[in-house]
Design a protein around this ligand. Structure first.
Ligand SMILES: Cc1cc2nc3c(=O)[nH]c(=O)nc-3n(C[C@H](O)[C@H](O)[C@H](O)COP(=O)(O)OP(=O)(O)OC[C@H]3O[C@@H](n4cnc5c(N)ncnc54)[C@H](O)[C@@H]3O)c2cc1C
Length: 314
């Protein structure tokens, strides 16, 4: 097993990881970055590799493909001397310093670590759901809701929690009507969020309902929805479907060595990226269940480095 020493080891490959790498590399800290290999079924580059146009990242007035944005981030990390390994970290030892980070082929011994392993938006799988993924079906209303294919068209959201309420309300700005498809007869969202959705005249709830099929031609045009009480299948003409059934943070490999919240997100000290272990920082969606955007992930990536500079008395 090869052993490498470094001052900064970054785990992950989304906007948070690469921003941390760019800052650390420009400060000549020679960071090592593990970008993973299909870790949690996501390619190196992170969640943006699963989408098409990114239109809300500053600097790209015409928009940019998610994959291309992440290729550019990677090139920028490399340009300043980041060593990138296409390997998944499967074990860490944060019990003493220097910290140990292990993959199948090597162990890195590091003074500081940035955990930026992101999260995965949960998706449902039914007939047509993969065919129309990114062609009308999305897992991010804030990212995709304003796209022309959804403007003034009926849309649907699947879910029953706060995110589903928030996304449905958000989509009423663009869609002609928004259906919330929910498999139970009550929401688990907070009362205030439920009320906002239930009193919105553009929102209609389909209770006790599950989606069985997505269909269309070049893009989504409708859904087959089964009412689980009556067993009736209805045809819902919608041009967009948004999954709002939660995210799963990529924290299993930490094996309990950092404090997590009840949903598995890394806990950071409020207003910082400092985790429960001094010298280990968390950036991006792995510690953020509220904003979950490329720009906020990048922001926390850069912030981690400023704290690292102080930590290393740099
Ligand atoms: C469909 C979709 C569309 C989106 N569109 C937009 C948009 O238009 N604008 C916007 O701002 N945001 C958008 N987002 C949200 C945005 O993608 C995320 O907020 C952002 O990518 C989070 O970045 P991150 O750095 O936290 O990590 P992520 O992008 O989540 O990447 C983390 C990476 O770390 C890797 N990894 C995980 N575990 C390990 C391990 N053990 N070892 C090594 N590597 C590991 C993963 O494989 C992954 O590649 C979208 C998200 C989705 C799902």
């Amino acid at each position: 097993m090869e052993e490498i020493k470094t001052r900064v080891c970054i785990i992950g490959s989304g906007p948070a990881a690469h921003t941390a790498a760019i800052y650390a590399a420009r400060a000549e800290l020679k960071p090592i970055l593990f970008e993973g290999w299909m870790a949690n079924d996501i390619a190196p580059g992170g969640q943006l590799t699963t989408t098409t146009d990114v239109e809300n990242f500053p600097g790209f007035p015409e928009g940019i493909m998610g994959g291309e944005l992440m290729d550019r981030c990677r090139s920028q990390s490399l340009r300043f001397g980041t060593q990138v390994f296409t390997e998944t970290v499967n074990k860490v030892d944060f019990s003493s310093t220097p910290f140990k980070i292990t993959t199948d082929s090597k162990t890195v011994v590091a003074d500081t670590v940035v955990v930026a392993t992101g999260a995965v938006a949960k998706r449902l799988h039914f007939s047509g759901s993969d065919t129309f993924w990114n062609r009308g079906i999305s897992a991010c209303a804030v990212c995709d809701g304003a796209a022309p294919i959804f403007r003034n068209k009926p849309l649907a959201v699947i879910g029953g929690g706060d995110s589903a309420m928030e996304e449905a309300n958000f989509l009423t700005k663009y869609g002609s009507k928004v259906y919330i498809i929910h498999r139970r007869d009550t929401f688990r969202a907070s009362k205030i969020m439920q009320n906002r959705a239930l009193t919105n005249p553009k929102i209609e709830v389909l209770w006790n309902s599950v989606t069985e099929e997505a269909y269309g031609e070049r893009s989504l045009t409708g859904l087959k929805v089964r009412n689980m009480v009556t067993d009736e299948v209805s045809d819902l003409k919608v041009s967009g479907l948004f999954f709002a059934i939660g995210h799963e943070p990529a924290t299993k490999f930490l094996d309990g060595q950092l404090e997590l919240d009840s949903d598995g997100y890394v806990l950071t000290k409020p207003g910082t990226t400092q985790t429960s272990v001094r010298g280990v920082f968390a950036a991006g969606d792995v510690q953020d269940k509220k904003y979950r955007q490329a720009i906020t992930a990048a922001g926390t990536g850069s912030f981690s480095c400023f704290v690292i500079f102080v930590h290393l008395q740099f």
